[in-house]
Design a protein around this ligand. Structure first.
Ligand code: SF4
Length: 365
């Protein structure tokens, strides 16, 4: 790979951008302009920063550059979910999924190339970990998709009506919510993910209340997250009520069994009005019994939480099956009757292989 000795502006934090500008004896407001052009106007090169004089652009071009994810492929679902496959500098690929809903535009982002966790219901897990993403590669998924939204809305009349302003005009709307539920286990790439979280809040300007990080349960990092990162929402991918079952579908459980995970959730400092989300993928004959529902109630006793029940959307080649709808409803009813908040959430974009890792798996460069 060609080594670029220039500074990648997207790899710098806010303070580092200010330092870069001040060291070159440029006025400090140039740092704010630079941040605005990269994170709000999605400039893909220094030459696009037309607010700077040609001389200043030439000067910056000599010492720095702006990296960009390259869009390889995108697929749009009939439910408006849109999936993007991006190419990284080292030719690895990652996925991001845009999920438009009535009042929000959520982007599901990746934190690693591949994943070491090996969850049985997940295609990404079956390929193992290739590498961690750098913080700027995590953040760049948001910039890249915002840029696509902006460009397509202007060029192709492409974005769903709610993203447009009155009378069909583009309102300048952009991604409002972020979920770390794409490829990778975010807490296994802790430092880069924490850095990315700060940049999403401070540089992109998305509220910490609108960011959710989902973990398979790397127990020691959960409390560390509450100390080091902005106060984002926590989701736990639980998916079983006994160690025996969880060990078989989520190998991470052998290291951090259910009791240690739930005990840590009890200690997790929750802001007023916030809840921990427990994701529970329902798999036919594995974790969907009515006994499981009752055990789940006991496990979560006293935790301010909500539960997302997700009927499995099996990936090609998987031996796991989706439960019957009747069973999903029965499971939910038991939780509701015991005053737990339980929603049934369908995986979005089933017609475009939107489950984690499926677009990437189907692509060869
Ligand atoms: S579900 Fe998440 S943690 Fe589990 S293997 Fe897939 S990407 Fe990794």
């Amino acid at each position: 790979m060609k080594i670029n000795k220039k500074i990648n502006l997207k790899s710098l934090s806010k303070d580092e951008i200010i330092t870069l500008i001040e060291k070159r004896e440029l006025p400090r407001y140039r740092a704010s302009q630079l941040i605005h052009w990269i994170y709000d106007r999605y400039a893909s090169s220094i030459d696009e920063i037309t607010e700077f004089s040609k001389d200043l652009r030439n000067f910056l071009n000599e010492i720095a550059f702006i990296s960009n994810l390259r869009l390889v492929k995108s697929l749009k679902s009939s439910d408006s979910t849109e999936k993007f496959l991006f190419l990284l500098e080292d030719k690895q690929t990652i996925e991001s999924v845009l999920i438009p809903e009535k009042d929000r535009l959520t982007l599901c982002i990746s934190s690693q190339v591949g994943c070491a966790m090996g969850c049985r219901f997940c295609l990404t897990g079956s390929g193992g970990l290739i590498r961690n993403l750098r913080s700027y590669e995590i953040v760049d998924q948001i910039i890249a998709v915002n840029r696509i939204i902006q460009t397509e809305a202007i060029d192709n009349n492409h974005i769903p009506t709610f993203v447009r302003g009155g009378k069909g005009g583009f309102s300048g709307k952009k991604i409002t919510n972020i979920v770390f539920m794409g490829m990778g286990e975010p807490l296994a790439n802790f430092d880069e993910v924490v850095e990315a979280l700060w940049r999403i809040v401070q540089l992109i300007g998305i509220s910490k209340r609108k960011i959710t990080l989902s973990t398979a349960g790397i127990v020691p990092q959960i409390l560390l997250l509450s100390e080091k990162a902005p106060e984002i929402n926590l989701a736990i991918s639980l998916n079983a009520t006994t160690d025996e079952v969880r060990n078989t579908i989520m190998p991470v459980n052998k290291r951090y069994p259910i009791k240690s995970l739930i005990d840590t959730c009890r200690k997790y400092p929750l802001q007023p009005g916030r809840r921990i989300t427990f994701e529970y993928i329902l798999i036919d004959g594995i974790n969907d019994s009515l006994d499981d529902a009752h055990r789940l109630i006991k496990l979560l006793e006293g935790i301010r939480c909500k539960i997302n029940l997700i009927p499995l959307n099996p990936h090609p080649g998987s031996d796991l099956k989706r439960p019957l709808e009747r069973r999903v409803l029965e499971f939910q009813q038991i939780l509701l009757k015991n005053n737990l908040r339980a929603l049934i959430r369908e995986s979005k974009g089933q017609d475009i292989l939107a489950a984690c890792g499926q677009l990437r798996a189907g692509h060869t460069l």
